[in-house]
Design a protein around this ligand. Sequence first.
Ligand code: F6R
Length: 246
Amino acid sequence: MRIHVLEDYQELSHKAASFVASQIILRPHSVLGLATGSTPRGLYSHLIQMEDLDFRGVQTFNLDEYLGLERDHPHSYYYYMQEHLFRHINISRAGIHIPPGQPDDLEQACREYDRAITAAGGIDLQILGIGHNGHIGFNEPASRLKTATHVVDLSPTTIEANSRFFSSPEEVPRRAISMGLGSIMRARKILLLASGGDKAEIVARTVGGEITTRVPASLLQLHQEVIIMVDKEAGSQLPRGQDGSE
Ligand code: F6R
């Protein structure tokens, strides 16, 4: 794992955007795995500002989607991605993949999503945020984790954390569809972003704690090519020597 501790959220977003841009420049047909939530917003906004960056050959696969929300619901991840990235860049519609929030057949939708990832040649660069409980995508802490795309019952802590985007916790969907740990771990490179003091403890456990399905992000310790970018606050509990300060 390579760890970069940046001064603040702005710097973190800027550095992450440069990293993603280099990936696209070096490999114009890159397959990107994308996250939603508050953390990657700055990264997306910097990418949008890079007007010469060409997304025409890029394919994207989002990590997850709430179940039960229409695509155009303002809290769906489809809507989020349109608003924060896709409608501002020259990516082709055919290149965009987001798990469906209202599929007729859930099992089939999960299998089709995995088949589409495989058909694209797998993910070159997976962008991840991290939940306070260590979830990545919506792979929640559990005694066993799923490798393939699957349906998830969101944990009470995730519902609570995500209620900030809704008017009340009752409105947060209880279920989601999420890429599995297998697809994430097969990505050739992984870029994990975290910002803020409330992520400090889970970042430290991810980097240096026990590798356990109870902290899904800790499995990233087993991956060859993980880059972690955090701001000073999120990096504040990293042991000395592991904080790679810049
Ligand atoms: C979202 C996702 C989640 C978030 C995580 C952190 O697509 O996969 O794992 O990355 O919940 O969310 P924020 O960035 O809002 O703290």
